[in-house]
Design a protein around this ligand. Sequence first.
Ligand code: F6P
Length: 369
Amino acid sequence: MSVKRKQIRKIGILTGGGDCPGLNAVIRVVTKAAITQLGLEVIGIEDGFLGLIRNRMHPLGLDDVSNILTVGGTILGTSNDADPIRFAVGRDEHGKPLFENVTDRVVEHVADRGLDAIVAVGGDGTMTGAANLIERGIAVVGVPKTIDNDLMHTDITFGFSTAVQTAVECLDRIHTTASSHHRVMIVELMGRNAGWLTLHAGLAAGADVVLIPEIPYDVDVVCEKCLERSKRGKRFTLIAVSEGAMPKGGKQVVDRVVHESPDPIRLGGISAVLSREIAQKTHLETRATILGHVQRGGAPVATDRVLAMRFGHKAIQLVAMHEWNNIVVMQGGETTFVPITSVAGQQRLVPIDDPLIAMARSVETCMGD
Ligand code: F6P
């Protein structure tokens, strides 16, 4: 019988990739609605695809998802280095990881556990993994999450607004000490190759300079802005820089390479590079701060809680309609869905004609170009 028509009794749910605030809100609504409205059994898959590979799963009941709406992280755990088609199974004599395709094992575990479908909550990496499972006949419904807000075909992902709020709080704090000490303060934000987080947080915090990966910067333009502010009597400058930002004709700064991960490059360190260059060129005092994983932690803000619930609710509707292999998205304020394959392995970057960039320039924010 085709997956489209077969009767659904049991679903699994997993959270994959980097965590973000709002994952528990999705787990809660999916579990509650599946049990109370569709009469399904729900199985929590532990640590993303790792749980499918290692057969680590447990039943989720109503009590298990009680009191988790406001809690950050994910009660299921997650991993961003467990891709079934390229799973690290050990190391060779030179310490290099050895990979194996363990998809057969995943298919076996899904069958053993009697899972009729999987709700996969994740970003582009998780959706790439989900697309591979779909090819092996496993029915999947995707739910998008990421603080980077870089998933294709959705206007917003949950986790983003909370990360923006957290980053703004940090920028506000750095603003006051920048002002006291008359320093150039450079604050580095996450976001991989997309500048959404830095652009939104930088604007909301009134940063004087906002540097995003989509607009390679000229360090002399940035120095000019700092000096010009100094001459005007503004004796400090607040710079928000994306971890993925790069100078014109230059490269991104890589912090580490996680070979086991489907997306092995971890960016980081551009703020220190900029800090040294600006100090050298302007003789102004500079300091760099990397916000790091603080941006992924903590309780979701109210809008992320509601967004996560809307996504989870839509996912359960797709399960009820046997509308497999799609991912829920938000388009023009409405939840809808697109094929998982259309978002897998892709990134939604800030268009350089985005109205927010024009707006930033209109309030004299230097975009580094
Ligand atoms: O995709 C979310 C994200 O937080 C990125 O902004 C960042 O580049 C990356 O994950 C960090 O990954 P890790 O948790 O492996 O250090």
